[in-house]
Design a binder for this molecule. Structure first.
Ligand code: PYC
Length: 310
């Protein structure tokens, strides 16, 4: 069987959902991730590396549910490895399943590596997700950036680990993405070398910078560096979740109050916090559109079939 994907974008950030050619992998979502990583990593490289894929795409593997109350198990990956959760990707998968006629408007739950995410298909393109719980684990942490000096930020979890900073001296503007990529990559390297981590030594693999919004209907604009040294075109679902937790902890956002996060390209996620038994549950809403249907062709002879590591 060939490898077939449906591509979508969520507020500008692409997702490639495998719809044919995924091996049948039994077990839990964690066992499925391990099997993909250890035995089928060529799938990830083919879909997320040139010449057949794109470094900025997030790939999604949807398996039959390993948990009775879920629609499926979802494993996300990118040009450099596997992700615990992906907010824009979940929205893209739900809009794609609706486009394929596989789901109807309403609530659909997915088991991800970071936990169960509840989604609601509001219309053919608009999706709300109730993410895994978010939390801030450190506030106002100083990190020293070579050739720049110290900046401060928070460490928070929103399905992935983030360093979030509003005190960085950078211009958050689409025309400045090259400099922002270089700067956030230096922040990421410095976090690693200075031993700044999430809980239990978890690596912080996303850096999120904030600045004033450009849109009148937004509260803030961000730039998000993802693992693999690519930046998120969307406001980042897990990053916006981490931001909501920080705002709530700072007393700057009440439960249920909407926060509108603008992305570096000017797209928007709306989000709020629900508090359940003292746990912060982020809710994020955004829009996704299907963009392409792709059949990957591999005659077995191409020496670059597994992608180019740039
Ligand atoms: O939306 O959570 C997200 C995400 C993570 C990496 C790229 N997008």
């Amino acid at each position: 069987m060939g490898l077939r994907t449906i591509d979508s974008h969520t507020e500008g950030e692409p997702t490639r959902l495998i719809v044919d050619g995924l091996p049948e992998l039994p077990g839990s979502v964690h066992e499925r991730l391990a099997a993909l990583r250890d035995s089928f990593d060529g799938l990830r490289r083919t879909l997320c590396l040139e010449p057949r894929g794109s470094e900025i795409a997030i790939g999604a593997a949807l398996f039959p549910p390993s948990q009775a109350d879920c629609t499926g198990d979802l494993v996300f990956f990118n040009n450099s490895g596997y992700l615990g959760m992906c907010g824009h990707g979940t929205i893209g998968v739900v809009a794609t399943l609706a486009w394929l006629g596989r789901i109807e408007p309403g609530v659909h739950r997915f088991n991800t590596v970071s936990g169960v995410v509840s989604t609601e298909l509001l219309d053919s393109n608009r999706v709300r997700i109730e993410n895994v719980p978010a939390r801030r684990t450190a506030r106002n942490v100083a990190v020293d950036i070579p050739a720049h000096g110290p900046i401060t930020g928070d460490v928070a979890y929103g399905g992935n680990w983030f360093f979030l900073s509003s005190d960085h001296g950078q211009v958050i503007d689409q025309g400045n993405t090259r400099a922002l990529l270089d700067f956030t990559s230096a922040v990421m390297d410095s976090l690693g070398s200075q031993g700044i981590t999430g809980e239990d030594g978890a690596a912080i693999d996303h850096v999120e910078l904030f600045g004033p919004p450009t849109r009148e209907d937004a509260d803030s604009k961000n730039f998000v560096l993802c693992p693999g040294k690519q930046f998120d075109r969307s406001p980042c679902g897990t990053g916006t979740s981490a931001k909501l937790a920080c705002l709530y902890e700072d007393g700057r956002l009440a439960e249920g109050q909407t926060w509108r996060q603008e992305s570096i390209i000017g797209s928007l996620f709306a989000g709020h916090i629900v508090v359940r038994d003292g746990i912060l549950v982020p809710v994020i809403e955004g829009t996704a559109f299907v963009t392409a249907e792709t059949t990957i062709i591999d005659d077995g002879l191409d020496p670059l079939r597994d992608g180019i590591l740039l």
